[in-house]
Design a protein. Structure first.
Length: 197
């Protein structure tokens, strides 16, 4: 006698199983979107951190450059080495934060424009720092110093301000340095406020 096994060919997933799978996929999609948006914001803020680091290095290089008086020396006279910080930039780049509010700004890299406004001025701004951005940027940059002398306590500040998501909450990055014992000392880290805004 033969025994036949009848199989149910219509067996599939139950509605509950399908709902669980859809819920898991939904949670994973939300986590992926949040992770990607944080990654993109982090990539954009890297621009500000890198740029301020370059300005800090430029200020140290300008300070360490050997400078002497431009006056001819009398026979047998000597000239002392003088250190100078770069003077404050005459303008921010771009001129208004609205130019980078949820947008990118393409700097004008021609002669005497944007980062080269101080071209020809001795020890001034971005030209002195040898700092320039040629690609579209997310932040407005500025550099200030309260003196160009070797006076102890002289302070320099490099800053970046932006608004990545155009919600009028600004992200600010600031690198501060000070002249102390004849040396430019930079802060060990960049001060950040609302970095991902």
């Amino acid at each position: 006698m033969r025994t036949f096994i009848i199989r149910n060919k219509n067996k599939g997933f139950t509605l509950i199983e399908l709902m669980i799978v859809v819920a898991i996929v939904g949670v994973l999609a939300v986590l992926a979107v949040v992770g990607v948006s944080k990654y993109l914001a982090s990539a954009k803020t890297a621009e500000a951190r890198n740029s301020l680091g370059q300005m800090g290095k430029g200020s140290i290089a300008a300070w360490e450059k050997e400078s002497y008086s431009g006056v001819p020396l009398a026979t047998g006279a000597t000239a002392s080495l003088a250190h100078q910080l770069c003077l404050s930039a005459t303008a921010t780049v771009p001129a208004a934060v609205a130019s980078v509010q949820g947008k990118k700004y393409q700097p004008n890299t021609g002669a005497a424009t944007d980062y080269r406004k101080d071209e020809g001025a001795n020890q001034t701004g971005f030209v002195c720092l040898k700092f320039q951005i040629t690609q579209p940027q997310h932040y407005m940059y500025n550099y200030t110093s309260d003196s160009n002398s070797s006076t102890a306590g002289t302070v320099l500040t490099a800053s970046a301000i932006g608004d990545l998501n155009a919600n009028s909450t600004y992200s600010t990055f600031q690198l501060i340095g000070v002249v102390e014992n004849g040396v430019v000392k930079l802060a060990p880290s960049i001060a950040e406020t609302n970095a991902d805004e």
